[in-house]
Design a protein around this ligand. Structure first.
Ligand code: PEP
Length: 249
């Protein structure tokens, strides 16, 4: 049985106090035991949110790590720094970082390696642009992202990953992939993974959908056979909305 996961991504939003209030609200909300809740919070808040959530099965994720272990990289955060705060997850390869920070598949491969070496679980994001979707090449494009950043891993390491399929045209746009579009891509990715690592590993890996998930559409999307939850941006900033999403499995 694959893990069902509701992961939030706060991006560069909320004050420290607003973040703390949100964590306290999620902690006190009734949450199903079988759903793993992860919050991707801004780097300066990692420790504070972790300390608030630690006893309540809400895990905290960094939104990024640097691709070098340490050194003269002013303003950057290393995997060991994140790990030293007690954090267990990191989002790697979000499309906003691929676009604005020009993160390549090759660089993301290095980040994945460093994260795994430090026992941080990568939530690896992939997804195509609208142009690629319109051309019909989305399956090849997303498969290539996996191949170039992840397929060098041994099966045992690959099994530790969480994958998030996030079509860029649906992120923060209010436009959502239809449940069938999400299912088709998740199924294609699982098939692609099975060809590389075998069906058991493919069946065991959680693949999340991201792109304008809201309380009103989460149930139908999460109800698809190959969708194991969501990576949620905007709707993870409101306790009520995110709690409803956590209850949508
Ligand atoms: C995201 O940040 O990964 C995301 C999917 O954002 P939103 O839910 O706001 O589209």
């Amino acid at each position: 049985m694959r893990k069902q996961i509701a992961a939030g991504n706060w991006k560069m939003n909320l004050s420290l106090e607003e973040g703390q209030t949100l964590c306290h609200a999620l902690k006190s909300a009734d949450r199903p035991q079988n759903v793993l809740t992860i919050l991707g919070v801004p780097c300066p808040y990692l420790k504070s949110m972790h300390d608030i959530c630690i006893d309540d099965s809400i895990c905290i994720a960094a939104q990024n790590v640097h691709h070098e272990k340490n050194g003269a990289y002013t303003g950057e955060t290393s995997v060991s720094m994140v790990k030293s705060l007690g954090i267990d997850y990191v989002i790697i390869g979000h499309s906003e970082r691929r676009e604005y920070q020009k993160e390549s598949n090759e660089m993301l491969k290095t980040k994945v390696d460093l994260a795994l070496e430090a026992s941080l679980t990568p939530i690896f994001c992939c997804g195509e642009s609208l142009d690629v979707r319109k051309s019909g090449a989305q399956n090849d494009f997303v498969s290539q992202q996996l191949k170039e950043s992840l397929f060098h891993l041994e099966g045992a390491d690959f099994s530790k990953l969480i994958i998030a399929y996030e079509p860029i045209w649906a992120i923060g746009t209010g436009e959502t992939a239809s449940p069938q579009q999400a299912q088709d891509m998740h199924h294609a990715l699982r098939t692609f993974i099975a060809a590389q690592y075998g069906q058991d590993i493919a069946n065991g890996i959680s693949i999340l959908y991201g792109g304008s998930v809201k309380p009103g559409n989460a149930k139908e999307i999460f109800g698809q056979a190959d969708v194991d939850g969501g990576l949620v941006g905007g709707a993870s900033l409101k306790a009520d909305d995110f709690t409803q999403i956590i209850h949508s499995f």
